[in-house]
Ligand binder design. Structure first.
Ligand code: SAH
Ligand code: SF4
Ligand code: F3S
Length: 464
């Protein structure tokens, strides 16, 4: 006897890392739903717990093992009550460490990388079928292959009723993996080579999302603007894909992330000029403003080339807001190199940015470089960089006051009688109004700012 009924098993997925992991976790839920797994928000009562992990920095990776320690205790408690809990590790740590995870944490039943998600139902049923055996007799399943088949073709489509619950905005992976091999980065090893999904598959998924009420789609890829998908024998880029998606009736907003400066081609930049649906917000990481550090990072562009790309984009779409990623303390980074990074930030003027201290990742070329930067120096540089970026974000928010902008109202606000949504530039906006505003784009006058958001007042409704 187990404590749950055979047909209603509970699944808890804890997601770390980037937006692609968020998308993948949803796909895993969709894949397991036909096998009787319902999602729960309570890890302690789950029959199956999956950790969807991130390997990008050491801290992110280490979290997995502390969580597995906690899960071991929860599993013992469940067993003491006559129940059970299966445990799986998915995502980029699983891909990078494979067997090592099962060795360090014998509590784990399954270890599988991002290219194995379509095989999840089969892995789970194999694990279920050996539960009656003593732990010592069970062998964990480890799958870190990069298979030939198209996993997306084997994953079920998102269910309409679930998509409705997930809200008005959705992620859609169009490209996975990376061929750039920046010297600090694990992604080419954990996600594998760059693969683009065919246009027809993407359009079908997007239509399904829109039919379920989604108004805004964010296209995902580790190197999304390197997209080169098949369209019935012809290869098309992200600009053309955006045009095709713009034809879907009911889709109001399109975004994409994350882009590499070298892949901002003319067609994509022109799409920003020509398509209203493409939002004027671009996440375009540069990592450093110093040419020698950019070279050591194998970014394959200079600071001047990056600035040139931004200039071209701004000519096509003058109100384009930019965001970026920065790494401080890459091996060999001098005070002058860091000053160059502050300078490029000052030159661009970001709406927002993410910044990180360099973290040595085993297996990457960066791990073999000498001349590591002292931790105290890294901390000091990170604070200075973040001060500058925060001031730019504040200035960007302030520049919106007095303007009327379209806001996709997505949810009830923090206070009763308030609703919340997003500006085209991805800023959170709060305004007075009732639930009837939710689900449409409204013209909103920005009347003020608070720490991380804008305060607005409803002007005219533009969409039903
Ligand atoms: N192009 C990718 C980048 C993924 S990693 C994408 O699609 O998002 C996100 C960011 O993490 C990178 O842009 C980089 O700034 C940071 N990062 C990657 N490896 C890192 C490392 N070893 N140490 C510190 N930061 C790192
Ligand atoms: Fe990593 Fe560079 Fe590829 Fe981005 S472009 S995923 S930072 S290797
Ligand atoms: Fe992390 Fe993998 Fe994403 S390493 S950032 S979860 S691609």
């Amino acid at each position: 006897m187990t404590e749950t009924r055979a047909n209603t098993k509970k699944l808890f997925i804890k997601t770390y890392g980037c937006q692609m992991n968020v998308y993948d976790s949803d796909r895993m839920m969709d894949a397991l739903a036909p096998h009787g797994y319902e999602t729960t928000l309570d890890m302690a009562t789950a029959d199956l717990v999956l950790l969807n992990t991130c390997h990008i920095r050491e801290k992110a990776s280490e979290k997995v093992f502390s969580e597995l320690g906690r899960l071991k205790e929860l599993q013992s408690e469940r067993r003491a009550l006559g129940g059970d809990m299966m445990i799986g590790v998915a995502g980029c740590v699983a891909q990078a460490e494979g067997e090592e995870i099962a060795r360090r944490a014998p509590v784990v039943d399954m270890v599988f990388g991002p290219q194995a998600y379509h095989k999840l139902p089969e892995m789970v049923s194999r694990t279920e079928s050996t539960r009656h055996l003593h732990q010592a007799l069970r062998k964990p399943i480890v799958d870190t292959d990069f298979p030939e088949e198209d996993k997306f073709a084997h994953l079920p489509a998102a269910r309409k009723e679930v998509t409705i619950k997930r809200g008005l905005t959705a992620f859609l992976t169009v490209q996975e993996g990376c061929d750039k091999f920046c010297s600090f980065c694990v992604v080419p090893y954990t996600r594998g080579a760059e693969v683009s999904r065919p246009v027809s598959q993407i359009l079908a998924e997007a239509r399904g999302l829109v039919e379920a009420g989604v108004k805004e789609i964010t296209l995902l890829g580790q190197n999304v603007n390197a997209y080169h998908g098949d369209d019935e024998g012809r290869v098309v880029g992200l600009g053309e894909l955006a045009h095709r998606l713009a034809e879907i009736h009911g889709l109001e907003r399109l975004r994409y992330t994350t882009s590499h400066p070298r892949d901002m081609d003319d067609a994509l930049i022109a799409a920003h000029r020509d398509l209203d649906i493409l939002m004027p917000y671009l996440h375009l990481p540069v990592q450093s403003g110093s040419d020698s550090i950019l070279k050591a990072m194998n970014r394959r562009h200079t600071a001047a080339e990056y600035l040139k790309v931004i200039e071209t984009i701004k000519t096509a779409r003058p109100d384009m807001a930019l965001s970026g990623d920065f790494i401080v303390g890459f091996p060999g980074e001098t005070d002058q190199d860091f000053e160059d990074t502050l300078k490029i930030i000052a030159d661009v003027g970001y709406a927002s940015a993410y910044s990180f201290k360099y973290s040595t990742r085993p297996g990457t070329p960066g791990a073999n470089l000498g001349d590591q930067v002292d931790e105290a120096v890294k901390n000091e540089r990170l604070w200075r960089l973040q001060d500058l970026v925060n001031a730019q974000t504040t200035a960007f928010h302030a520049s919106c006051v007095g303007k009327t902008i379209p806001v996709l109202v997505e949810r009830p606000g923090r206070m009763p009688g308030q609703v919340g949504g997003r500006s085209p530039y991805l800023q959170a906006v709060h305004l007075d109004g009732g639930a009837e505003l939710i689900g449409a784009i409204h013209q909103v006058e920005i009347v003020g700012t608070s720490t991380n958001s804008l305060v607005g007042r409803l002007k005219v409704s533009v969409a039903a």
